[in-house]
Structures are given as C-alpha cells and as structure tokens.
Write a protein that binds this ligand. Structure first.
Ligand code: FAD
Ligand code: SF4
Length: 506
C-alpha cells in the first residue's frame, strides 16, 4: 500500500507533518511548478533559492533511502500546478492515499481541499510553529484588538523561554527602550556570511536567468544557504558576530548596509531549513552563558516567538477577507520607483537598492521607509502587498500579508497595530545616515527642497482625520493640526498631491 506524500517548496524539513510516518515503499512527490513561480513575478533570487533548496532537500531524502518523484520545472508534461502534478502522480503510482502538510497560503489550501484525486487525501496541520492555528484562535476569541504583546507573554510562559519561574528574565517582558540606537560610525558591522553556489545552485541560476529574465532583481551575487547544514552555519555566524548587538541597533539603518546586525534567517525559517524552536533555544543559551545581553536576546526571541507566530495566527484567523481590507480607502497606483529604484529620496533609493541586490531589506526599512511611504501616499494596499510578495526572498503570503495589510498599511483598521506606522522624515533622520546625503532637506516642512515625507505625513493625517482623530496614540499630531487654519491644511494637501501626481506609475 503506497502512500503518496507531497512536500512543497517551503516545507523542506524531515520534521514536516507529511513525512512524520514515512515508510518504505512510500513515494515523496516534489514538484517545481510554474504557477508558484509566476503568480506574482518573484525576485530572481527567491526563485533560485526555492528551487535550489528543493533540489538539495530531494538529494538528502534520496540519500536517506526514500523514493522521490521529483518533477523539475522544465520536465516534459509538467502541468505547472500543484493540483495537476498531484493528479499525474496519482496516475503513475496508484497510491492508496495522499498525505499533505497544510500549505502556507489560503489560496492553495482551498484548492487542495477541493481536489478530487479518487483516493483519500489527508491534509495535516503544519506543526513547525510554536502555536497551532487553533491555539491562536482560542487566544483571540472574544478580544476586540489582538495585541501581539499579550500573545507573546502567553507564548513565553508556555515555552518557558527567558523565564525565571513565573517571571520574565530580568524582570521585564520587553527591552524595546534599550533597542532604538542609531548606528555610530565607531561600530563596525560584521561581514555577511555568504555561501558559494555549488553545481546544483549554479544550474538553477542558469535556469532562472533563462526563464525569468524579466523578473525584478539581481540574480548574482547569490550568497544564500540552500541546505540545512549551511543555514545552520549562517545562523551560528549570526550568534557569534551579530546577536550581541542585535537589540541595540535593531531599528538602525545605514547607507550601503542592508544587514547591519540582523540575522537574515527568515528565508531559512520560512522554507523549513531552520526551525523557530531551535533558533530561539540557541539564542536563549547565548544569554544564559553570558555571551549576549538580555535586551538583544529578548529582542530576537520576541520577533520569532512573538511577531512571527502572531502574524501567522492573524492570517489564518482572518483569511480570505483579510486580503481585501482597505480601511483607509487608499487607491493610488504604486509608483514605478518601487521597481526602478530611481528617486531622489535617498532613503527609498537605498531600501530598494538593497531589495534589488539581495531580495532583502531589514524590518525597519520595510516598515518605516518603503511601507511608510506607501501608507502616506495612499497607495492601494493590494498593489503594496503584491510588491512585498514579489521582491523579498522570505515572502510567503501567511507572513507577508499581515505585515503589509496590518502592520504597515493599517488596511485592517487597527486590528493588528494600535496606530498606523506613519512618520515624517524626522524618524528616518533619527535612525539613519540617509538624510545627510539626500537632495531633500529633512528639516524643511514645505517647498521644493522639503523632505517629501514631511508634507506627506501631514497630508495623510488631514486626509484620514475622520478615522484616525480619535486614536489616543495620535492625539499629539492631531492637537497640532487643530491649530492649523483651513488654508494651511489645503496648501499642504495640495503640495502632497502635486508631488504624488508627479511620480510615474509605469
Ligand atoms: P531579524 O530582524 O534578524 O529577526 C529574526 C526573525 O524574526 C526573522 O528572521 C523573522 O523570522 C522574524 N520576524 C521579525 N519580524 C517579524 C515580523 N514582523 N513578522 C514575522 N516574522 C518576523 N517577514 C517574512 O518572513 N516574510 C515576509 O514576507 C515579510 N514581509 C514583511 C513586510 C513588511 C511590510 C514588513 C514591515 C515586515 C515584513 N516581514 C516579513 C517581517 C520582517 O521584516 C522580516 O521577517 C525580517 O526583516 C527578516 O530578516 P531577518 O531574518 O534578518 O530578521
Ligand atoms: Fe528620506 Fe527625507 Fe531623509 Fe531624503 S530627507 S533621506 S527623503 S527622510
């Protein structure tokens, strides 16, 4: 009795639910399908990463004696879809049942649930997270606002990570106030840990260059790990050289420095090469053994045990409606500069250049530069979400969408964030060296030399006053606005509109 076991491109671990009870005689199906590579035009490095990691994982499974049915992208007869490849594999192997691990995307799960393969199909929960979707739903039940902080504290208690009995290590749940330093010139950023592409990766790079030449992004240098062994080496390197400073400079941005003290492990966690539990436990050990301070380790663990689990919970709780939210009625088209990087705004040019070159930019650039600009400009959240899904190597809808719709664009009306992450140029100036090499002047509020983030910020608050005025966390700027007369408000709105209308959208 053969069981056909499907392993998707972001399920590359022996711990994945579909492989839990794999037995001799079973067939593991892995398929490179065009649908998943082109439904948005993913960054070239993302496609290369996923395909190469899949091929390496298949090799590992073969090495362990499992029977693989591996369909390459260019294979004859490849139907281009997961459903199509499952149908063909059922015909080939005539299994008695099919076992699948729940995919990370609502669209694909709905498709797989509806699929009639003529044999029983078991879709198992993806157990690679600290909290099941049911656990999150139980926590969320009856709450009006879903604040990450409270979920995170429950997760800390449940996992015992950074706990001293019932109390958080160091007597505080949160060390954010220590974690907002600008990067001083005297602090050297560690060199990024890079992996030399092997023969499999080089072959994939050639394939991507051939098939996806018109997709966004540079393909080389390609320095990402594509195996668990190399992802572990990359993570070890982070623990040794970057974790101690991760907290202090978590929000810092700097010209020509995409990674600063960040881990750059999100593609590995999301694809299955690393597990969230092992990285949190390893980081905790650095604190216990006094190699990294508590503010750094707590900051790091909070991102994974807190934010990562929480956004996944929100995604599965609120989909499919969540993707349609647009609480601020934002309708402007995404400016072309998001793809070209051609802009005089130095902060935007930097964030987009990092993205183009590495399929990566760190959290604060995603949130407070490209995300903040889209929010202030009133760009249609669907177009914003599509951009984020396309350009980042770690982008899968379950994690990308809540970060964009909820955290960055306030499209869910405040379900996820207690206030919009909107700011003028002053924030970017405080946290980076960008403004000193920008043609705009961050100190000027209006006029041709003024930083666009400044007048866009006030125009945003004016435009959305009806919805946002009552938000306690925005009381201060709305008090300032209350002192402005109608003419002043109209002038700043007109200046913002003129700037935005001047941006090309194609
Ligand atoms: P570090 O800063 O070193 O943090 C360690 C880990 O914490 C990350 O690897 C990641 O797994 C986790 N983490 C941190 N913040 C978040 C968060 N807000 N949500 C979920 N996990 C988090 N992350 C993705 O993995 N995929 C995405 O598609 C994605 N899209 C985003 C879009 C926007 C608009 C924003 C504001 C954030 C997005 N994030 C996304 C979250 C975060 O920016 C990335 O996880 C992080 O930049 C990855 O780099 P790193 O591994 O160096 O992270
Ligand atoms: Fe960005 Fe404004 Fe600073 Fe220029 S001046 S880098 S546009 S924040």
């Amino acid at each position: 009795m053969t069981t056909l076991r499907l392993v998707l491109g972001d399920q590359l671990t022996r711990e994945v639910a579909a492989l839990r009870d794999v037995a001799k005689g079973d067939v593991v199906l892995m398929a490179e399908v065009a649908d998943e590579t082109t439904y948005v035009k993913h960054h070239k490095q993302k496609i290369a990463f996923v395909l190469s990691a899949m091929r390496h994982f298949a090799e590992e499974l073969r090495g362990d004696g499992l029977t693989l049915d591996y369909i390459q992208l260019d294979a004859r007869g490849n139907t281009g879809s997961i459903a199509g490849e499952l149908r063909r594999a059922v015909k080939r192997h005539k299994p008695s049942r099919v076992v699948i691990t729940s995919p990370g995307e609502w669209r694909l799960l709905a498709e797989l649930r509806d699929l009639d393969l003529g044999v029983p199909v078991e879709i198992r929960d993806d157990g690679r997270f600290f909290a099941t979707t049911a656990r999150f739903a139980a926590w969320a039940a009856g709450r009006k606002a879903l604040r990450m902080e409270f979920f995170y504290r429950e997760m800390r208690r449940e996992t015992d990570l950074l706990m001293q009995g019932d109390e958080p290590a160091g007597g505080q749940w949160n060390f954010d106030s220590d974690n907002r330093k600008r990067l001083p010139a005297s602090v050297a950023v560690p060199q990024r840990f890079g992996v030399e592409p092997d023969a499999i990766t080089r072959e994939v790079i050639e394939l991507v260059e051939r098939r996806f030449a018109d997709h966004f992004g540079d393909l080389e240098p390609f320095e990402w790990a594509v195996t668990r062994a190399d992802a572990l080496r990359a993570f070890e390197d982070f623990l040794r050289h970057a974790l101690p400073n991760f907290g202090a400079y978590q929000d810092a941005m700097a010209s020509g420095e995409p990674f600063i003290f960040h881990a750059a492990i999100s593609p590995y966690l999301n694809a299955g090469l690393l597990t969230p539990r092992e990285v949190c436990v390893a980081a905790e050990r650095e604190y216990i053994e006094k190699r990294a301070p508590l503010n750094a380790v707590e900051g790091f663990i909070r991102q994974i045990l807190g934010w990562r689990e929480y956004v996944r919970g929100v995604y599965w709780l609120k989909m499919p409606d969540y993707a349609q939210t647009n609480a601020l009625h934002a309708t402007r088209d995404l400016p072309w500069l998001y793809w070209s990087g051609e802009t005089d705004m130095h902060c935007m040019a930097e964030a987009i250049a990092h993205t183009r070159r590495h399929a990566y930019s760190h959290h604060i650039q995603r949130l407070m530069v490209t995300g903040n600009f889209a929010l202030l400009a009133g760009i249609d959240p669907k177009q914003v979400a599509e951009w984020y899904l396309a350009v980042y190597i770690d982008a899968y809808e379950w994690v990308e969408l809540p970060n964009v719709q909820g955290m960055s664009q306030f499209a869910d009306g405040g379900l996820l964030a207690s206030k919009p992450y909107a700011s003028s140029g002053a924030y970017i100036d405080r946290m980076s060296d960008f403004c000193k090499s920008c043609v705009y002047d961050v100190k000027q509020k209006s006029g041709p030399k003024a930083c666009p983030f400044n007048y866009l910020y006030w125009a945003f608050l004016i435009r959305n006053a009806r919805q946002l005025r009552g938000n306690q966390r925005l009381a201060m700027p709305y008090r300032t606005l209350a002192g402005w007369d109608a003419a002043r408000k109209a002038a700043i709105t007109a200046e913002a509109e003129a700037f935005l209308d001047g941006l090309a959208t194609k």
